[in-house]
Design a protein around this ligand. Structure first.
Ligand code: ATR
Length: 290
């Protein structure tokens, strides 16, 4: 590092568990970029956004709980980020601070590595922030989406907004799908023996994606493998959304496979240092930090 080093970072709270520094510092190093990426635990969001402006920070990731609150503090919003109502990436464009969302792109890229999306029947489990971003992505691909959630009203609202169908999590068994996505936190350690669905719903040839990455092989993905499904683990969306952030900041897409490998190594190290399985108490996020 020297006087020319560019600064990037992530703003969240809590943020000490974040894997974003692993994603971006590795990518900067491989690209030969004189840049550093730090984690900022932010309570006063307006002051933090002023900090971006005042210090000339080049780019910022935004995570829980600031993804929505930051909308009104930026100069402009990318169209999709505005529709989703959440920003996970901040970048400078022509002297203006602009908010983007790469979660939906990350999810689509993770899925598209294993399957074609156009016109497919997709069961989406969850109606929280992550599910919302994924649902907007699926809409762009003209998928037929069925949204299931524990709280039915949240599923109904999201489905109505996008012209999708909704149901309660308990009624999911009646559905047949090409693609199944878990965007709930069910299956996350320490409840890693749980799956959001009974195994019998999974069918050979189905594509099953889980956004939970701790553990990497969730019960849902294990069941999927046993039933002959194509499976996509939680590091894929995380790695891809980070790669899209790099593209926004630097105009260049980094090596996603290398990011994924960095993340996998960081997760293994984290477990071996703490000696405990990952859980909310020892600082692990409940779902992917995007
Ligand atoms: P994120 O930003 O990761 O999406 P979130 O917005 O808090 O986090 O959403 C969490 C999702 O996981 C929601 O869909 C939530 O269901 P509810 O809307 O009913 O709360 C779902 N979820 C969390 N714990 C769950 C559980 N034990 N069983 C079923 N769904 C659960």
């Amino acid at each position: 590092m020297n006087a020319a080093t560019e600064m990037y970072g992530v703003m969240g709270n809590p943020v000490r568990h974040s894997l974003s520094p692993v994603i971006h510092n590795g990518a900067f190093r491989r690209m030969g970029r004189n840049a550093v990426y730090l984690a900022f635990e932010v309570t006063d969001l307006a002051a933090a956004v002023n900090g971006i402006r005042g210090l000339g920070i080049r780019g910022m990731s935004v995570t829980i709980p600031h993804k929505t609150a930051i909308l009104s503090l930026l100069d402009e919003l990318d169209d999709v980020a505005a529709k989703i109502g959440a920003v996970n990436t901040v970048a400078w464009r022509d002297g203006k601070l602009v908010g983007y969302n790469t979660d939906w792109q990350g999810a689509l890229s993770a899925l598209e590595q294993k399957t074609v999306l156009q016109g497919k029947r997709v069961v989406l489990l969850g109606a929280g922030g992550a599910a919302r971003a994924i649902a907007f992505g699926l809409k762009q691909k003209e998928c037929r989406v069925f949204i299931f959630n524990r709280s039915l009203a949240k599923a109904a609202d999201l489905a109505a907004e996008l012209g999708f169908v909704h149901g309660s999590l308990a009624s999911v068994e009646t559905l047949d799908a090409d693609i199944l996505i878990n965007a709930t936190s069910v299956g996350m350690a320490p409840n890693d023996g749980e799956s959001p669905l009974p195994k019998k719903i999974l069918k050979p040839g189905m594509t099953v994606m889980d956004i939970v990455y701790s553990p990497l092989r969730t019960k849902l993905l294990q069941d999927g493998e046993e039933k002959g499904c194509r499976t996509i683990d939680g590091l894929e969306m995380l790695a891809h959304q980070g790669a899209f952030q790099e593209e926004i900041w630097l105009g260049r897409k980094p090596d996603v496979a290398a990011i994924r490998e960095d993340l996998r190594r960081a997760l293994i190290e984290k477990h071996s240092v703490s000696g405990d399985p990952p859980n909310a108490k020892n600082g692990f996020p409940l779902t992917a930090d995007r």
